[in-house]
Write a protein that binds this ligand. Structure first.
Ligand SMILES: C[S@@+](CC[C@H](N)C(=O)[O-])C[C@H]1O[C@@H](n2cnc3c(N)ncnc32)[C@H](O)[C@@H]1O
Length: 638
């Protein structure tokens, strides 16, 4: 039975299994399974083969249970195979090495025969693990439906030396374990009583972790004698739940509870412990932690299906947006109320209270779409008592049709003039006091706001105001193995040289964001070019340890007017605004960043006669190719 419902989370359920520690000899498995299921566990992590087995000519594999003892659906829904712990694929002892390889392949073949969904591999036993990688890669090539989960301790453990620990941090679909790459792997992290720093733990959220193995000795005991977890363990667990990770409880019970009260707080409730599973109290605690998690905010719930889904950025200049795209924007009331605040402030600055009856401000909405910024402008005028004359300039003829019906419907005919034209070539009959636009992409300038507004600046009065008055892009390095794998599935370079709009979820943010490019409007600089180049150095906090960078998450922040801003940069993001997801600039090859090594990255904004594009490259700690040279894979049309 899944761990119950977290309020407001209709996404997939979270499950909890338990590890079977002893080899279930004599076909005990069905009994162990039925006892666990009736105690509300969902699945077992169970050994498949007698650990005493070593291959020998003619030997029959001593399996834990015949395939007949459970139905095929029971095998596949309720058993995760535990591969024998003794297997040592890089042993100096040749016989042990060969036996290990044969046994591993036999166990995997048996697990496939049973249609198990996954098997857990013990981690490599030594830092030099080339043979482990070779054998696992062989097996992976032949697997279609079964996953291999690699058990990795969260914190440094005894058999793992420094090199190993580094390798573990590279865990990824192309896992660099001791410098060796695996073709595919998903992780399983082992949670013990001590935890590394939060920064170090955060890296796991960018990894393909499928299960958290929670040891019983990681639990504390509360005043009533029940198992509970430290605050940090609880935070880690809720973080994993947020990333759809399931839990496996491992170890013997350290809590012999004679009188059991329900965790709902019902102190009087008691149960007969004779029928109670020894690990039951741990499971109840895990379910309690899951169920009491805060409900997902409405916006997160709305965006759940977009998580880690790569989308091509819009090209509103080159393409004409569709009605449903406009409709989505128009629902973002927060965006328009920020604009309205900015416009109101600009109107008041422009026309003093004494002048309100004599001066009419000329305001041009350039890129008016279906009119929401026209509405925000008129509302700002009403709110401030300023007189306004509005031009709505739009190059999409379909949106212009809607604009015409809107002004009729709203009775704005005397206030608003609709201009069906590209702002870059419109011959304006008069100059504007205020130019209002929203031509911003997730990376600020990536929908070519600078180029469009440079074209519109001709009809802004010399002392006129542009809303926005500036915007800045930001990036931060991230671990994002899911995004990397999704891009890799295209099997070409072009997809690795493309920027994507994506609701980032399974990612680890490795360092604070830094500014990339800023554009000011009106553009009064002596060098009016919109080409840019920036070199940035990111320091990853020391307690993060080494990590893998799959690319850079990008954001923007725009100053609309004075202190009114709008943006998605995580530290200053406008709350409850949903018009923009972050942008992601991938790297062709993930870059391993050892602890204490800075990352040096270069970004270029390049402009041609028909297109604008970005190029990017990493130069430290190791160089990457220049991505998207000459805009060969990804560009924005002018
Ligand atoms: C991101 S949409 C914003 C629309 C509307 N202001 C809103 O907030 O819903 C940008 C709009 O600008 C228009 N646009 C882009 N470049 C333009 C140009 N050079 N001249 C006129 N309109 C342009 C697009 O067609 C699109 O309708």
């Amino acid at each position: 039975m899944p761990l119950g419902q977290r309020a407001g989370d209709k996404s997939e359920s979270r499950y909890c299994g338990m590890e079977v520690l002893d080899f279930p000899a004599g076909e005990e498995l069905p009994a162990v399974l039925s006892q666990s299921l009736s105690s509300a566990f969902d699945f077992l992590l169970a050994p498949l083969v007698d650990p005493g087995y070593r291959p020998a000519p003619g030997a029959v594999l001593p399996v834990a249970a015949s395939d007949l003892v459970l139905s095929p659906s029971q095998w596949s829904s309720h058993i995760v195979g535990k591969i024998s712990e003794w297997i040592d694929l890089d042993s100096e002892d040749e016989q042990l090495r060969l036996d290990s390889e044969v046994t591993l392949k036999q166990e995997i073949a048996w697990a496939s025969h049973l249609s198990l969904q996954a098997c857990v591999l013990p981690p490599p036993k030594r830092s030099s693990c080339a043979n482990y990688a070779r054998v696992v890669n062989h097996i992976l090539q032949g697997l279609t439906n079964m996953q291999l989960w690699l058990r990795i301790p969260l914190e440094k453990s005894e058999p793992m030396d420094e090199e190993h620990d580094e390798a573990k941090n590279n865990s990824n679909m192309t896992l660099g374990y001791g410098g060796i790459h695996f073709d595919y792997y998903v992780g399983c992290s082992l949670i013990r009583s001590t935890l590394p720093s939060m920064n170090s733990l955060g890296r796991w959220f960018g990894e393909p972790v499928r299960a958290a193995i929670l040891q019983t000795n990681a639990f504390l005991t509360n005043s009533r004698g029940y198992p509970c977890l430290s605050k940090r363990h609880q935070m880690l667990l809720t973080g994993f739940f947020n990333h759809s990770v399931q839990v496996i409880i491992s170890g013997r019970s350290n809590h012999n509870i004679s009188q059991v009260g329900l965790l709902s707080g019902d102190e009087n409730h008691t149960e007969d412990t004779s029928v109670r599973h020894a690990l039951g109290p741990y499971l109840e605690y895990i379910a309690y932690i899951y169920q009491r998690m805060d409900p997902l905010p409405e916006q997160e719930r709305f965006e759940i299906n977009y998580r880690d889904f790569l989308q091509s950025p819009l090209q509103p200049l080159m393409d004409n947006l569709e009605a449903q795209t406009y409709e989505t924007f128009e629902k973002d009331t927060v965006k328009y109320s920020q604009y309205q605040r900015a416009i109101a402030k600009a109107l008041v600055d422009r026309v003093s209270d004494d002048e309100v009856s004599t001066i009419k401000t000329v305001l041009m909405v350039v890129g008016a779409g279906r009119g929401p910024l026209v509405r925000a402008s008129l509302q700002a005028a009403e709110e401030t008592g300023r007189k306004l004359k509005v031009y709505a300039v739009e190059k999409n003829p379909n949106a212009v049709i809607t604009l015409h019906s809107l002004i009729k419907l709203e009775g704005w005919e005397s206030l608003v003039t609709i201009i069906s034209s590209d702002m870059r070539c419109w011959d304006a009959p008069e100059k504007a006091d205020i130019l209002v636009s929203e031509l911003l992409g997730s990376f600020g300038d990536n929908e070519l706001s600078p180029e469009c507004l440079d074209g519109a600046q001709r009809f802004l009065k010399p002392d006129g105001i542009s809303i926005p008055s500036s915007y800045t892009s930001f990036i931060e390095p991230i671990t994002a193995s899911k995004l990397h794998n999704d891009i890799k599935a295209h099997k070409d370079i072009a997809h690795f040289e493309t920027a994507y709009v994506v609701k980032l979820h399974r990612v680890a943010r490795l360092a604070p964001t830094q500014k990339v490019f800023t554009f000011d409007h009106p553009n009064t600089s002596s060098n009016p070019s919109n080409q840019r180049y920036t070199k940035l150095q990111f320091e990853i906090p020391e307690d993060t340890g080494s990590c893998l960078v799959h690319g850079f998450a990008g954001y923007f922040d725009a100053v609309l007017y004075k202190d009114v801003h709008l943006g998605i940069e995580p530290n200053t993001a406008t709350p409850n605004m949903f018009s923009w997801f972050p942008i992601f600039f991938p790297l062709r090859k993930p870059i391993h960043v050892p602890s204490k090594s800075p990352i040096e990255v270069h970004f270029w904004r390049c402009c041609g006669s028909t297109k604008v594009w970005y190029e990017w490259a990493v130069t430290a700690p190791s160089p990457s190719p220049i991505h998207n040279s000459n805009g060969r894979s990804y560009w924005v049309g002018l």
